[in-house]
Design a protein around this ligand. Structure first.
Ligand SMILES: Nc1ncnc2c1ncn2[C@@H]1O[C@H](COP(=O)(O)OP(=O)(O)OP(=O)(O)O)[C@@H](O)[C@H]1O
Ligand SMILES: [Mg+2]
Length: 474
């Protein structure tokens, strides 16, 4: 069999993927926000510098030294994010610039300056000597109140510090993401394992079950709804199995018991008879007794075999189109002599035109068993009635008597094999307790049902209901 990937593996993968994707997306979004923030800070910072220099040029146009000091001071006070400032006059000569700036940043690499009144904006990213990267802006500025005289201000901000900051940050992100991936997988695995734990328990219970431990059950209390009904179904199945197994083993015990006593008795009798020479009459008596028991035992084995075969699912019955009244009358004729002997009135009351598809031999066997029971338990002067009716599309046959009846506590078990209400009385008359079990098997083979109703002292009625299978007329 091909077993697809386990539920645990699937759930783990799904959980890990979705949780990790969420973490990844939020990490990327946060990183983006950080970069944007830093950019905006840089932009505001360079804009501030441009505005300071613009203000200086406007307010103190002649104070070149002051300007120089301001520029140098801006440079000197920064330790990490180095800032370079240059002011160029109309002919392109630098007026002032941050010390060392000409070595690092040539004036030509700066972007074109923005207008006198405009803000310098984001500027451009430039790579200077030594592959250092700078954010560079340039802007025009007015000198004093002279409308025609302008200077160009160039400001460059060293990005090295910011970049190392970001790269450090990225390193940490990778670390966090790796840990998150491992953690998501672990958590997903734990959740999935927890989820399928009840399945493992059910499997474990199922594994433990053998024919001797059919009484074990799955603890359905606290199972999740999806598995609850599975567990219940499983338990119902177990209960059914336990019941069948129980009946089967009781049945075998009963058979052994039923066979042992008569076989032992006859064996004893035979041994006694053979111990010394006997008269022909004595031998005859012994043989007759053996034969009688032999007949009884073979009848019992026949019945048992029949019940066993009837319960096997392959058993087929051969239905014929029967006139029910005619069949009942055949049975009545057969039992007329024993009925007269018992002083019981045997009556058939059936519709003449009642036809049904039934197995003739089996039907006769079932009804005969019921009639035999009725005659057995009805005292002289009583009555036994066979009734056949069409009832709600079914064939209904009642066998009623006016006999001693059955105490209610025995009623549920009379269809069990070997069950006899008065065991000692039945044993004396050679009864096996298989008659009603046979009736039930026969009715089951016809997809029908059988019921018994009884009133102690009043009588008993057994009702067969068989779905009518109409056969086409022969
Ligand atoms: N019509 C009835 N009136 C009173 N008791 C009955 C009647 N039919 C059955 N019983 C009781 O039900 C028990 C089971 O009947 P069942 O026909 O299965 O066995 P049995 O008659 O004892 O033996 P077998 O039919 O195998 O010879 C009987 O022992 C009997 O006590
Ligand atoms: Mg019987």
């Amino acid at each position: 069999v091909r077993i697809s990937r386990s539920i645990v593996a699937r759930l783990t993968i799904w959980y890990a993927c979705s949780a990790f994707a969420l973490i990844l997306i939020s990490t990327i979004a946060l990183y983006g926000a950080l970069v944007a923030n830093l950019d905006r800070e840089d932009e505001e910072f360079t804009a501030d510098i441009v505005n300071i220099v613009r203000a200086f040029l406007r307010d103190r146009p002649q104070d070149v030294n002051g300007l120089k000091q301001t520029v140098e001071w801006e440079w000197a006070r920064r330790e990490y994010a180095q800032i370079y400032v240059r002011v160029i006059d109309a002919r392109g000569h630098p007026v002032v610039e941050t010390p060392q700036m000409s070595h690092v940043l040539d004036a030509r690499v700066f972007p074109a300056p923005v207008a006198v009144t405009a803000q310098p904006g984001r500027g451009v990213e430039i790579l200077a000597a030594g592959s250092k990267s700078f954010r560079a802006v340039s802007a025009l500025a007015r000198v004093g109140s002279d409308r025609s005289a302008t200077r160009v201000i160039q400001v460059a901000l060293d990005q090295a510090h910011e970049e190392s900051l970001l790269s450090e940050y990225r390193k940490r992100l990778w670390l966090v993401l790796s840990i998150a991936l491992v953690a998501c997988t672990a958590v997903g695995y734990a959740i999935a394992r927890r989820g399928v734990q009840p399945i493992a328990e059910i499997t474990e219970t199922a594994r433990r079950i053998h024919s001797s431990t059919l009484d074990s059950r799955i603890h359905t209390a606290g199972l999740p709804a999806e598995l609850f009904s599975l567990g219940e179904t499983f338990n119902t199945m177990l209960a059914g199995l336990e019941d069948s197994f129980g009946r089967l083993s009781r049945f075998s015990a009963d058979i052994a018991h039923e066979l042992r006593t008569p076989v032992n008795n006859r064996r004893g009798e035979a041994e006694v008879a053979l111990r010394q020479p006997r008269t022909p009459e004595e031998y005859r008596y012994a043989l007759e007794s053996l034969l009688e028991e032999g007949v009884r035992l073979s009848r019992m084995i026949d019945s048992l075999l029949f019940v066993a075969r009837a319960e096997s699912p392959e058993t087929q019955i051969s239905r014929e189109r029967l006139n029910v009244a005619r069949e009942l009358n055949v049975i009545k004729e057969f039992y007329e002599a024993p009925a007269a002997e018992a002083g019981v009135d045997l009556i058939v009351d059936a519709d003449e035109d009642l036809w049904a598809g039934l197995d003739r031999t089996l039907l006769q066997r079932a009804i005969s068993n019921l009639v035999a029971n009725a005659l057995d338990h009805t005292p002289q002067g009583g009555r036994a009635t066979l009734t056949a009716r069409r009832d709600d599309g079914e064939l209904r046959v009642d066998v009623a008597d006016t006999g001693c009846g059955i105490p209610p506590e025995h009623l549920p078990r009379v269809f069990d094999r070997f069950y006899r209400v008065d065991a000692s009385r039945s044993a004396r008359s050679g009864r096996l307790g298989l008659g009603l079990a046979l009736v039930k098997s026969i009715v089951d083979l016809h997809d029908g049902s059988v019921e018994i109703a009884s009133e102690p002292g009043q009588g008993t009625t057994v009702t067969l209901r068989i779905p009518r299978t109409e056969m086409t007329a022969p």
